[in-house]
Design a protein around this ligand. Sequence first.
Ligand SMILES: *[C@@H]1O[C@H](CO)[C@@H](O)[C@H](O)[C@H]1NC(C)=O
Length: 225
Amino acid sequence: MRLTGVLRLAALLLALLGAWVVVQSYLERGWRAVSLRSWIGATGRPSGSQPPRHACGNRERCPGEHFAFKIVSGAANVVGPSICFDDTVLMSGVRNNVGRGLNVALVNGTTGRLLRTAIFDMYSGDVKELETFLMEITSGTLVLTATFDDPATKMSDKARTLFTNLGSSYASQLGFRDSWVFLGAKGLSTKSPFEQHLKNNQETNKYDGWPELLEMEGCAPRKMD
Ligand SMILES: *[C@@H]1O[C@H](CO)[C@@H](O)[C@H](O)[C@H]1NC(C)=O
């Protein structure tokens, strides 16, 4: 009886030892797997920790019934401007559809669809082309504009007035090699809040002969009027 009791106790201890060994080795493998995963994570986590990307690469997400946009003017006479609307780059150097002067994209303000893009050489071009283009814009159209190099040598009072009627505050004073970005609309009854202007000024110019480029991003309400 006594011997059986000792054997039983020994068998129980053996079983406990076996269980401990199994659990221990399992845990160890588990730890190794965990530490390997965190090591991989430290060198190249695929994503998840990056800040969310919004339309046009903008900092803010636009509320419903709004279109995200980003307009960047040209840098001196070197880097072309770019116009993004509703997460689509409408005009850029990469798309090869920008040029010196005024770069303009027309968008349907209800659907957000691109109607057309145009470049107006304002140094040696014919301003009549710009005037005709601006006069033909129909109500409900959004007008996105970015300058590159010189937007004003051939500028006319008529073209300035047409831009002013689209909601611009600075078209009337746009000068030689100024930087200007603007989003307006045909039929706007007030001044557009989406406009920036930098005068070409030897004292403050960032580049030799040109001011700093302008970058404007925001959310344009659908049917801006
Ligand atoms: C915008 O698109 C709508 C729907 O296709 C159309 O009815 C409207 O005339 C367009 N407006 C402009 C300014 O293109």
